[in-house]
Design a protein around this ligand. Structure first.
Ligand SMILES: Nc1nc2c(ncn2[C@@H]2O[C@H](COP(=O)(O)OP(=O)(O)OP(=O)(O)O)[C@@H](O)[C@H]2O)c(=O)[nH]1
Ligand SMILES: [Mg+2]
Length: 400
């Protein structure tokens, strides 16, 4: 799974990326600091299944944080931070939109918006910029990127005179698979727009644009990270964004605060875990450093219930993409042959079945599926059983 970090220049994309991955990257107040994409591992925060069994897990990927209220598991997801996008990019403004190809494999996007209103649409310093405008232009530019791909191949489609719906879906899938717009996204978009029966030769430019917009909605869903909430002017802008776009997931964020806390935790100055609403100072600090941290505590953590950075990743995966964590395990033992407990945790689309889980682990497990066991309840479950968040599943299958 890959999550793209997008937005206009200077919104704080690289700061959010660095705060999530602890990868050192260039961050600066001038536009187009990032040109080549940065890739790294961020984490989704879930409850560890070991809590149910009173055991401490040993994650093979990601990590575990022990807490009295229940251990927390951080499951890896790939993050990609790209160059800033400006209005008119599809006509070549700014860096143009060639770099959007860096986002082609993303399953979802975090749109970093400068909620303080202190950068204009091109990322230059200003005051009073309305961040609602940024929300609109970014979606438009992404849709125009898809439109261009669709139009580039349309001459081929136009000639095909394809009368069969299936065949048309197949042609569109071939055309768009490079940007991870897949058959289910295409079918949903066609249905929504009632374009299922329309021959390609009869599609207007408007049909193509509407189709690009719907493909964007399904293949690259977006959440808004309303960044720089540590700046006073952000609060009213965040409220305005929330009331203007009630259907969108908007998370108040301070990437700079998260980065400061995580760096300090890395240097053992304080204890802080991503997604927590407080920290504890454990090292030596001078007055200025203490004051800086106290400002973060009051103006960000307490006021917005955290820095929002972890929440923006969690909401992307667990809410917008609607994935759930599933753990492989056994009724007899939760350990693997090396003696490590509940080493794996997989993120699966909500609605996945025991058979989907088997196929995800290995084709042979899916092909040879006999039955599965819900390890928490010890109940036998069949192929079609729909899994729940936090399930621990043992699979029985015929070996090929
Ligand atoms: N106050 C405040 N400043 C921030 C925050 N996040 C980022 N910044 C500052 O905003 C400026 C731009 O940050 P970057 O992370 O480089 O922004 P970007 O979106 O990657 O910019 P480009 O790569 O140029 O597109 C830097 O000076 C950051 O320190 C935040 O949460 N609060
Ligand atoms: Mg950057």
């Amino acid at each position: 799974m890959q999550v793209g970090i997008v937005g206009k220049p200077s919104a704080g994309k690289s700061t959010l990326f660095s705060a999530s991955t602890l990868v050192d990257v260039a961050m600066a107040s001038y536009p187009f600091t990032t040109i080549e994409p940065n890739k790294g591992t961020g984490f989704v925060r879930v409850e560890d299944a070991g809590n149910f069994f009173n055991v401490v897990s040993d994650p093979k990927h990601g990590f575990l944080v022990k807490k009295e209220t229940g251990n927390i598991r951080y499951v890896p997801v790939e993050l990609i931070d790209v160059a800033g996008l400006v209005p008119g990019a599809s006509e070549g403004k700014g860096l143009g939109n060639k770099f959007l190809n860096d986002l082609s494999q993303a399953d979802a996007l975090i749109h970093v918006v400068d909620a303080s209103g202190m950068t204009d649409e091109e990322g230059k310093a200003t005051v009073g910029h309305d961040p609602c405008k940024d929300v609109i232009f970014l979606e438009k530019e992404i849709s125009l990127w898809f439109l261009k791909i669709i139009e580039n191949n349309w001459s081929k489609f136009g000639k095909s005179h394809e009368s069969e719906y299936r065949k048309r879906v197949e042609l569109l899938s071939q055309n768009l698979s490079g940007v991870k717009i897949l058959a289910p996204h295409i079918e949903k978009a066609l249905k929504k727009l009632k374009l299922e029966e329309k021959q390609f030769s009869n599609w207007s430019r408007e049909d193509k644009m509407d189709f690009a917009i719907e493909c964007r909605r399904y293949s690259k869903p977006i959440i808004i990270a309303a960044n720089k909430c540590d700046i006073a002017s952000a609060e009213s802008n965040i409220k305005k964004m929330q009331s203007t776009f009630p259907e969108k997931t908007i998370v108040a964020c301070s990437a700079a605060s998260e980065l400061a806390l995580r760096k300090a935790a890395q240097q053992d100055v304080l204890t802080y875990y991503p997604g927590e609403v407080d920290f504890e100072i454990i090292g030596e600090l001078n007055d200025k450093q203490k004051e800086g941290l106290e400002t973060i505590r009051t103006n960000v953590l307490t006021k917005f219930s955290g820095t929002g950075i972890q929440k923006s990743i969690d909401d992307t995966i667990l809410k917008v993409l609607d994935y759930i964590p599933i753990f492989p395990g056994g009724v007899k033992t939760l350990k693997n042959k090396n003696g490590n407990t509940l080493v794996d945790c997989f993120l699966m689309k909500n609605g996945s079945t025991a058979l989907d889980f088997a196929y995800m682990l290995h084709t042979d497990m899916g092909d040879g599926f006999i039955r599965a066991i819900d390890v928490k309840t010890k109940q036998i479950i069949g192929k079609e059983h729909v899994l729940k968040s936090g399930d621990v599943i043992e699979l029985m299958f015929k070996k090929p």
